[in-house]
Ligand binder design. Structure first.
Ligand code: ASP
Length: 439
């Protein structure tokens, strides 16, 4: 058994959190490869070290004094080192960082030091090898991840390490220039490491006990999803549910390695298991609910639209030419509706409408703004009768007017459109009928 364990910033924000992490790793011999984030917030008003680094580097870049800010960062690490009673100092590292900042080594280099330094401490604390991600995570000249080279470098290097710490979030180009992933990117590093060592499991430790069925800001004490498939996760993540970086899924998904989301502050909880496929019966008919506000529906009407070949293409081309991505497209016999993001569309609406008019000569074009889309996702829906019936009667009981319905052909999701102002009530009604009623 081989496990890769990634710990997020809040799991490593203080010496106390490091101790919890140490206990988790020592409790299971198969937790051999550790990917740490930079120290996150210790409490709600705190600042993440990554953000401190970005700010500090900004000063350096503008030729302003940055010593005070760099020392504050050093204090954060020293607090951890002293709290763990480790016999080490980061003085040399901070000297190098200071020189590199003065030489304007770039904001990516700056941000990457958060993980790099935390990795040094973690390796010392655990007695594991330290592997600089700059030597094993490779980016091409355009700054895109070079997946094959990374996989090879990681596999070669980790093959000769029984236990190692590989800092998350960054790597380098062949010429040594440090490159970071987008924010939250340590999740991706963990996934790449898991694939390279052919891990049995990729454990992603954070500060929640897994994915929740619904947004906790809307549903207090939402139930946790025990098992979710990659496909379901994609649907929910696309609609705004977030715990894991989106790009972290692909490497392990390809290799068929499950991801387990766990809570560092409640290691006794099973968390959420993300798998390619499963025969586990879902706890509820639905797996999760997610949604977003701020859509516009563009309704296009034309008599005999249905028999006009190329009509849809012409309409879609008008959006494409303005660089607007389309979210959903329900259609009737002589009507077609296109859902787009309101903020993207607002700037270009007159151009798009003019283009649709000249390309298709419709009878009318109407816009309806301030709409929300809600995705009800679940592999269990396929084999259960009456899901849609229950869903819509629940919404009717809650006096919610459904503006649009779209069921994906995979029967994995039902998307509904409602008014922005009904968004929260709709989610509560759906949660009540599928989760509360089934508890
Ligand atoms: N420390 C980085 C961030 O705050 C990367 C990570 O935590 O995954 O975004």
């Amino acid at each position: 058994m081989k496990k890769v364990v990634k710990f997020g910033g809040s799991s490593l924000a203080s010496a106390e959190q490091f101790q919890k992490v140490g206990d988790i790793i020592r409790a299971d011999d198969s937790r051999r490869y550790v990917v740490p984030s930079a120290p996150g917030k210790r409490h709600s008003g705190d600042t993440k070290v990554t953000d401190m680094l970005y700010r500090c580097y900004e000063l350096a870049e503008n030729g302003q004094a940055f010593n005070k800010q760099l020392n504050q960062i050093k204090d954060r690490y020293n607090e951890i080192i002293h709290g763990l009673k480790l016999d080490m100092t980061l003085n040399d590292e901070f000297e190098t960082i200071k020189k590199k900042f003065t030489a304007k080594a770039g904001s990516m280099y700056a941000a990457s030091r958060g993980e790099y330094l935390n990795g040094k401490i973690m390796a010392k604390y655990l007695g594991f090898d330290f592997i600089d991600a700059a030597n094993v995570i490779r980016f091409d000249k355009e700054g895109n991840l070079d997946t094959d080279t990374t996989n090879r470098l990681l596999a070669e290097r980790l093959n000769v390490s029984e236990h190692a710490v590989i800092p998350g979030f960054y790597g380098s180009m062949a010429n040594g220039t440090v490159v970071t992933f987008s924010r939250g990117g340590s999740d991706i590093t963990g996934s790449l490491v898991a694939r390279a060592v052919r891990a049995n499991l990729y454990e992603n430790w954070t500060d929640v006990s897994g994915f929740l069925v619904a947004d906790p800001r809307i549903i207090r004490d939402s139930a946790v999803i025990h098992t979710i498939t990659y496909m379901e996760l994609r649907e929910l993540a696309y609609m705004g549910a977030s715990v894991l970086h989106e790009d972290a899924i692909f490497p392990v998904r390809q290799a068929g390695i499950p991801i387990n989301i766990r809570n560092t502050n409640a290691p006794e909880d099973d968390g959420t298991l993300i798998v390619a496929s499963t025969c586990r019966i879902p706890t509820f008919t639905i797996t999760g609910i997610a949604g977003k506000k701020g859509f516009v529906a563009v309704n296009i009407e034309k008599d005999m639209m249905n028999s006009e070949i190329g009509f849809c293409r012409k309409v879609l081309a008008a959006f494409e030419e303005s660089g607007i991505s389309i979210e959903h497209m329900p259609s009737g016999i002589d009507t077609m509706t296109v859902f787009v993001h309101q903020d993207e569309f607002a700037e270009k609406e007159q151009q798009v409408i003019a283009d649709i008019r000249s390309a298709t000569h419709p009878d009318s074009i109407e816009l309806e703004s301030d709409l929300a889309l809600i995705a009800v996702v679940g592999r269990g829906m396929k084999s259960t009768r009456g899901t849609a019936g229950r869903l819509f009667s629940a919404l009717a009981h809650a006096h919610i007017n459904v503006k649009m319905i779209d069921q994906g052909s995979s029967e994995l999701n039902i998307i509904i459109g409602v008014k922005n102002e009904d968004f929260e009530d709709a989610i509560r009604a759906i949660y009540d009928i599928f989760v509360v009623a089934q508890l």
